[in-house]
Ligand binder design. Sequence first.
Ligand code: ACM
Ligand code: ZN
Length: 561
Amino acid sequence: MKMPATILALAVAAQGFSQISIIPQPVEIRQPKIAAHFTITPATQLVLEGSGLDNSVNFFNDYLQECYHFRLKTTRAARGKNVIVLNYERLDKPVAGAYRMTVNGQGIQIAGDNETGVFYGIQTLIQLLPVPGADPNPDPRKLAIPYVSILDYPRFAYRGLHLDVGRHFMPVSFVKKYIDYIALHKMNYFQWHLTEDQGWRIEIKKYPRLTSVGAWRNGTIIGHFPGTGNDNTRDGGFYTQDEIRDVVRYAAERYITIIPEIEMPGHGSAAIAAYPYLSCFPEEPTIRYFPKKCTWSGDSTGKQVQQTWGVFSDVFCAGKETTFQFMQDVMDEVMALFPSKYIHIGGDECPKSNWKRCPLCQQRIRENGLKDEHELQRYFIQRMEKYLNSKGRSIIGWDEILEGGLAPNATVMSWRGEKGGIEAARQHHHVIMTPTTYVYFDYAQTKNEDSVVIGGYLPLDKVYNYEPLPAELSAEETGYIMGAQANVWTEYMKYPSKVEYMIFPRLSALSEVLWTPRERKDWNDFQRRMPVQFKRYELWKASYSKALLDPRSSIGKPTEQ
Ligand code: ACM
Ligand code: ZN
């Protein structure tokens, strides 16, 4: 029987030496025939040849401090060979963020084609540090780094991870940790899903009830939908504008752009609970989904923040001017907080039943010569796009924004498979691939999953083998595919530890899909590197799924029989 690569790697580590295990796999790695090491000690100096390197230095020193309990001093001019030199070098690769790294008798040299490239070189250096539990008995103040020469750059320009803080609010401290996880995987976009039926999470000064009312629900169903009852516990939270500015700065220091998502015209129950006039029917109480099966906690009259999961028909009224005034006011504050060129306006899962019976929505349809409610959705999205474009921003929307016709400059996030992305690329619109089949990290990652998850089955090898460029597109059309993103919907993730368990190790697989050249990807070699990565998760104090090591899990079976 062939030994699984994971077990083989553990055996190799046990023999007293370890192989280089960088994730995502770099473009080129060269090692000398005879193994040798440079040793980082507290006396090693970080030499900064050039400006703009503070982010890289701070990240590295904070990592050393957290995991190895010391920091390095910085200097502007190298003296001796006990040095890590950071500088710039023109590398001219198609996607920004290239770096070159050499470890030899002269110390460690990292040269980036820009600040981001140096930062990615630092991420690789972090992955060359000995890992407790994986490498033989590291002396915490003598960190052996193997001689190596690396040339590296990303495959895709958009390498994203999303987090839904609407279904379950996550504290700022965890959001920052999550951003660190993104950075450690050389990824560069964080989509912050800030508004939902179950909670509005961003302070908007002009509309204080969004957070005083909309950020809180009186209870949550217990267990898998429709649930076995209600926990009858008030739940919620929101980010103040100061906190948001702090998180945006934190991400920027890691070369990560935060794309805020403000959902419209659907998924708006929490905003409607705060400001009922946003609904087509302000006097109608909130429709409770499966009212016989889902138990409700507290007041059920009037408009309420939802306590269960699903798609709700009480959406923003597209007929009222006040809806658009509200949305533009919200966007003004959102744009002041987030410098991102892209603003995500949602656009998914908007039932049309209220619009069909709303006189104002029907009047809007007539007056604008629209065919039906799908075209009314297009009107809604295009009007918001026009507003955001006038302020120099671009919209991203879920693939439902294709229905009734795309807004002229919109980028499409293809989630219901790749179909929407293919269609949008053919229409020469930019696309970010996030298909449920490959990158929905709320799906189960083992057939033996024993915690409550939404359903589906997305094992590690399926993520690893995902190819974001659809074969049916021409070379010109694939140029519109910016990259891909994993989505993390938190209906069944109440705590940060569950979020970690759901993203690890799948995030590590995704990082390789997005970074590593297609011809360099190798599932067996990835499995060889995973045991060290598992120990890194432990070093980060992160929880993770051990499905890969579980013989009852079917992960990777086709390649190991
Ligand atoms: C989505 O999963 N509704 C975008
Ligand atoms: Zn209406």
